[in-house]
Design a binder for this molecule. Structure first.
Ligand code: ACO
Length: 151
C-alpha cells in the first residue's frame, strides 16, 4: 500500500506493534502497558491515529476526552519517527488529526500541553491558553494554617 495516510489505529490493528515500538522509542515504557493504552482506541475517544507511509508507521498521536468540555479533546504522545523529523510529517499528522476531530468527531477545539515543542505548535497556529481543568473541578489549596478560634 503506497502513499501517505492517517488511520485510526483500531481500524488497522496490523500496525499495533509497530506503533508501540515507535512511541516506546521516544518515551520508554513497558510494551504491555503501551499496548494496553493503544488498545483503548475507539471510534469516539480516546483515538490513536497513525501516520502510515508505504506500509510503514512513521507517526502517532492520541486524542483523549476532556470530560468537562464536550466539544474538545486533548492531543497527546505526538511523535514522528526519528529519521524522518524536520521534513513536514509532523505538520501532516497534526492537520490530519484536526480534520478527524472536526469531521469525524465534530469537535471544535483541540488542546495540548508541551514542554519543548512550543515552536512546532506555534508554527501550526496553536496559541497559548489558560490551563484546562479536565474534570472541571478544583482541589483545595493546601492550607498553611489550621482553623483556630480565639476563645
Ligand atoms: N521549534 C520550532 N519550530 C519547529 C520545531 C521546534 N521544536 N519542530 C518543528 N518545527 C517547525 C519546522 O521547522 C517546520 O517549519 P516550516 O514549515 O517553516 O518548515 C514546522 O515546524 C513543521 O515541522 P515538521 O517537519 O512537520 O515537524 P516534525 O515532522 O519534525 O514533527 C515533532 C515534530 C512531532 C515534534 C517531532 O519532532 C517529534 O516526534 N519529536 C519528538 C517527540 C516530541 O517531542 N513530541 C511532542 C510532544 S508534545 C505532545 O505530544 C502534545
Amino acid at each position: 500500500q503506497m502513499g501517505i495516510s492517517i488511520f485510526p489505529l483500531h481500524k488497522h490493528k496490523q500496525y499495533l506493534s509497530e506503533c508501540c515500538k515507535l512511541i516506546n522509542d521516544e518515551w520508554k515504557r513497558s510494551e504491555t502497558a503501551r499496548l494496553h493504552s493503544l488498545e483503548s482506541s475507539c471510534d469516539s475517544l480516546p483515538t490513536s491515529l497513525v501516520l502510515v507511509e508505504d506500509g510503514r508507521v512513521i507517526g502517532h498521536l492520541k486524542l483523549t476526552p476532556i470530560p468537562s468540555i464536550k466539544d474538545a479533546c486533548f492531543v497527546e504522545s505526538v511523535v514522528i519517527a526519528r529519521h524522518l523529523r524536520g521534513q513536514g510529517y509532523g505538520r501532516i499528522l497534526m492537520r490530519g488529526a484536526e480534520d478527524h476531530c472536526r469531521t469525524a468527531l465534530q469537535l471544535r477545539t483541540v488542546y495540548l500541553s508541551t514542554k519543548g515543542q512550543e515552536g512546532f505548535y506555534a508554527k501550526l497556529g496553536y496559541v497559548l491558553c489558560k490551563p484546562v481543568s479536565i474534570y472541571g473541578c478544583f482541589v483545595p489549596e493546601t492550607k498553611k494554617e489550621e482553623p483556630k478560634r480565639v476563645v
